[in-house]
Design a protein around this ligand. Structure first.
Ligand SMILES: [Zn+2]
Length: 280
């Protein structure tokens, strides 16, 4: 009887330890929306930026910056962690004017000749502006270099980008800041469209996953990614909080779906591409 009890207790203790271990082991995250622009670089040293990502349990991060120097610094400091993308902005002020600025293409071409990337973005592009010569040339360059497009865009601009290159692969920044029904409709229509959830809170309006978003995640578990969007230096300090919030709402989904949205999608679609790039 006593021996039986001891064996039983040991089994229980092992089960308990195992479950504690599982809980303690944080879900790895792929942060698909990180910026380290010139103003962030001035106040947050590269070493500290990397430390914030690691502290948050971010395994890989898709990083872009205005100018590209910030991305290259982070990549040199942590090549295991940083996945570089090329933002077509030299300074923050290019955000609103780049679509009509031919020098942007020169800058993008220079960077592409010098460094390797997995994507061009995140860029801001809306409506008919997508068909202006500068964005058109950018889409051609993305095609030539096999890069994904990371577009902060409305539905109209996304449609125009796919019209220019029907084989383009687009990561839709902030899921277009549109409603989940429209996001689902776009994902149904375009098999090469993925969506990040950066800088939006409507999927967890009161701390719990909104039903309409749950439906979108269950229908397209392979197409969403999380992102913190460190567009200003202060947002870097929000990275650990963003990670724990993401883990919390992801835990409301079936584990397989949570792991896909939390890290596997980013790793497969962006991480793998860069790994291949670096080997050859
Ligand atoms: Zn952004």
């Amino acid at each position: 009887m006593a021996a039986h009890f001891i064996a039983y207790s040991t089994a229980m203790a092992t089960a308990l330890l195992w479950s504690v271990g599982v809980v303690a082991q944080e879900m790895p995250l792929f942060d698909a929306h990180v910026h380290y622009s010139h103003d962030a670089r001035e106040t947050l040293p590269t070493r500290e930026a990397i430390a914030l990502l690691r502290k948050a349990g971010v395994r890989r991060a898709l990083v872009s910056s205005s100018d590209d120097e910030g991305t290259q610094r982070l990549l040199n400091a942590a090549p295991d962690l940083i996945i570089p993308e090329l933002r077509p902005y030299r300074t923050r002020s290019d955000v609103g004017t780049w679509v009509r600025e031919p020098d942007i293409i020169r800058y993008v071409e220079e960077c592409l000749a010098k460094y390797r990337y997995v994507a061009i973005g995140e860029f801001h592009l809306f409506g008919a502006d997508a068909d202006l010569p500068v964005p058109r040339r950018m889409v051609e360059l993305a095609k030539k270099y096999g890069l994904m497009l990371h577009a902060h865009s409305d539905v109209d601009a996304i449609e125009r980008l796919f019209k220019q290159d029907p084989n383009a692969r687009i990561l839709w920044a902030h899921s277009g800041f549109t409603d989940p029904a429209s996001v689902r409709a776009m994902l149904r229509k375009h098999k090469n469209l993925w969506a990040d959830l950066a800088f939006r809170a409507d999927h967890v309006p009161s701390g719990e996953l909104a039903p309409e978003w749950r439906g979108a995640f269950l229908e397209f578990p392979n197409r969403f990614m999380v992102g913190s969007d460190t567009y200003i230096a202060e947002r870097w300090h929000f990275i650990p909080e963003h990670a724990s919030t993401a883990r919390r709402w992801l835990s409301e989904l079936p584990r397989e779906v949570a792991e896909r949205i939390g890290s596997k999608n980013g790793k497969e679609i962006l991480g793998g591409a860069f790994a291949k790039h670096r080997i050859d």
